[in-house]
Design a protein around this ligand. Structure first.
Ligand code: SAM
Ligand code: SF4
Length: 327
């Protein structure tokens, strides 16, 4: 039997998230600072060849079967479809999380290159609020991006909505209705303590229970069996689609987590909230063999903790913010 990326709690890791850049053309309040973000120098960012090598090791040695490209904003990385083509050749379920603003230009090319699924981040359907949250006046372009993803044949198209109490929680039902009309799956995400400006506090988290209560005031929902994916899912009883919540803060799902991450600068992380990383880039660049790289990946996963400690006194925020880790 193939080896597995397995930790001390028996969790097998098959889902790899690759950040291809820490740069972004947005400055979402819950993620990046408005100004002063220091981009990683180009020479420290993994090349496509290096990314492909790590991915190949994980797929061929450890049966990783899902890869998601993220960032920063993955579509600001030049010639991304070339990387998509290479990774698609590995035969994995290849997905991307994007702010959607460039999708009108590249959705079709990405689909042809072998990308299978796309998640688009969109936190308000109101122009002024979208501008305030992302610090870009691009709601229309992102909505065009959603249409472009659907037209290119991505199925399903998911829309990620970070819900913050008192900021956009009044749009939960608007998003539900919009998602049903558009034929996209809306995924509400609880606000996590990974924002660069450190505005997060527990009172800003609009919890899964609150989201569900809001949805149930308007719709009959039926629970959908949970997979290793992070979302708790429901389908509308009238058959018109599905909706989900990623409840990282209020209902952590660490015990079924199967994700590992590689940052744009080649640091391997066994948890979104990990406070330490393994420098895989150094191994890739010092002539280490695949066996040595693989061993480092195995050790990192073997030492993974039970789960994050958000809401507990000993929680330590990771040094990096969400845009530097990749979500
Ligand atoms: N730029 C791309 C995008 O926005 O989709 C990909 C990178 S972004 C860091 C990945 C996901 O993390 C997005 O869905 C975004 O909404 C989410 N995110 C960023 N900061 C967050 C936070 N503090 N809490 C919860 N989700 C967050
Ligand atoms: Fe950029 Fe995505 Fe972070 Fe927004 S959430 S600032 S689009 S990386």
């Amino acid at each position: 039997m193939a080896r597995q990326l397995i930790d001390g709690f028996g969790r097998v890791h098959r889902d790899l998230r690759i950040s291809v850049t820490d740069r972004c053309n947005f400055r979402c309040q819950y993620c990046m600072p408005e100004e002063g973000m220091q981009w990683t120098p180009r020479s420290e960012i993994l090349t496509f060849e290096e990314i492909e090598r790590i991915a190949r090791i994980m797929v061929e040695r450890y049966g990783v079967d899902g890869i998601r490209l993220t960032g920063g904003e993955p579509l600001v990385r030049a010639r991304l479809p070339l990387l998509v083509e290479k990774l698609a050749d590995l035969g994995v379920d290849l997905a991307m999380t994007t702010n959607g603003v460039s999708l009108p230009l590249v959705a079709e090319e990405l689909k042809k290159a072998g990308l299978r699924r796309v998640n688009i981040s969109l936190d308000s359907l109101q122009r002024d609020r979208f501008l305030e949250l992302t610090r870009r006046d691009d709601l229309d372009r992102v909505l065009e991006g959603v249409d472009a993803a659907l037209a290119a044949g991505f199925d399903p198209v998911k829309v990620n909505v970070v819900v913050m109490k008192g900021i956009n929680d009044d749009e939960v039902l608007d998003f539900a209705e919009w998602g049903r009309e558009k034929g996209v799956i809306v995924r509400f995400i609880e606000f996590m303590p990974l924002d660069a400006d450190h505005i997060w506090n527990n009172s800003l988290v609009f919890t899964q229970a609150e989201i569900l209560e809001t949805l149930q005031s308007a719709y009959d929902l039926e629970s959908v069996a949970r997979t290793s994916a992070p979302a708790t899912r429901w389908r509308y009883a009238d058959g018109e689609g599905e909706i989900g919540v990623v409840a990282t803060v209020s209902e952590s799902f660490c015990d079924t987590c199967d994700r590992v991450r590689i940052t744009a600068d080649g640091q391997f992380r066994s948890c979104l909230f990990a406070t330490d990383e393994t420098d895989v880039r150094a191994l890739l660049r010092n002539g280490s063999s695949d066996d040595v790289v693989a061993e480092a990946l195995e050790f990192t996963v073997a030492a993974k903790w039970a789960g994050h400690q958000i809401n507990q006194v000993h929680f330590i925020r990771p040094r990096r913010s969400m845009s530097e880790i990749g979500g």
